[in-house]
Design a protein around this ligand. Sequence first.
Ligand SMILES: CC(C)(COP(=O)(O)OP(=O)(O)OC[C@H]1O[C@@H](n2cnc3c(N)ncnc32)[C@H](O)[C@@H]1OP(=O)(O)O)[C@@H](O)C(=O)NCCC(=O)NCCS
Length: 298
Amino acid sequence: MLILSCSSKLRLLEGTLRRHLPDTLLVYGTMMTINRGNPTAQEVLVDSWPEFKVVLTRPRREVASDDSDLFTNTYTVYSRDLGDYQALLASAGAVNWGQSFCILGLQDGVYEAYKDIAEAKGIKLEVFRYFNYFHPDPSSMPEIRSVLDPAMRLSSLDVSHADLLNETWSFGGNEKSRKYLATLIRHFPSFCLLDSAGHPVSWIASYPFHALGPGYTLPQHRRHGYMGMLNNLLAKRLHALGYPSYGYVDVENYPMQRLQEKQGFQHQPNLWYFILHNPALVNAPTLTPRPVPGTAPT
Ligand SMILES: CC(C)(COP(=O)(O)OP(=O)(O)OC[C@H]1O[C@@H](n2cnc3c(N)ncnc32)[C@H](O)[C@@H]1OP(=O)(O)O)[C@@H](O)C(=O)NCCC(=O)NCCS
């Protein structure tokens, strides 16, 4: 196991991962964040260098100071060999087994490989599977004509909106999730629509691994094309900045799936795995998505 800290190696790794998109999404998006200022203080581990089969990104020790903060303690993984992935996970210091953390990966088998090790340690796990959508060329997305009534204004999210996002995000509802959402708003591209009083009615942010989301439209404002417009704008903005355009959608969220497909996002054959590690010794909040106001598709 090696921690890559040399900037030329990090740039080289980014270039190699780019050639293997969309399989390398998540780690590639995180690498871009690291190589462009690293606002969320991530670091990169590989099984070997310059030939590698596994890449794991994780928060640096100094930011992962809260053992129960599943949001800050988020890892992303890309693995071409599950045996090497298991070996990396098992090597001393790769993963902080004393913490609650979340591993995000796209390769089939990343959950099973991890589960074997966690079970041998008697560790409690949860896994969530989502559909993975990727747009190969957002510049070809159709122009969205404005759907705004004259009183509405297009803007980006502001940190003062973090409470609203926290109330409506299916993983939100606590202080750690509020802090995480404020970090997204502060450092990563977002769009929102404000009503005449300046309150957001529809919004979409982006993650440190540059996936689209969280997105939400207040129930009384749905089916006006707002999310279609914001999703389109954010995909194009991320593309213009050089980032890939992709995101995860709940397997039962048919409106969001239809919306993605109408805009040319391709449903990828592999799933998106959220693997949550809650060691019994830590009184950790669960990250199980909770019902939020107006979540049920209508
Ligand atoms: C999913 C959600 C964001 C859609 O927001 P919205 O502003 O209503 O979306 P739009 O009006 O732009 O709809 C765009 C397309 O989505 C689909 N769609 C949206 N709502 C739908 C619904 N209730 N039923 C069926 N299709 C729907 C349609 O394809 C629609 O286009 P069409 O009406 O021209 O056929 C909104 O329902 C929501 O906030 N849900 C709860 C949170 C959530 O699921 N967030 C996404 C997480 S990935």
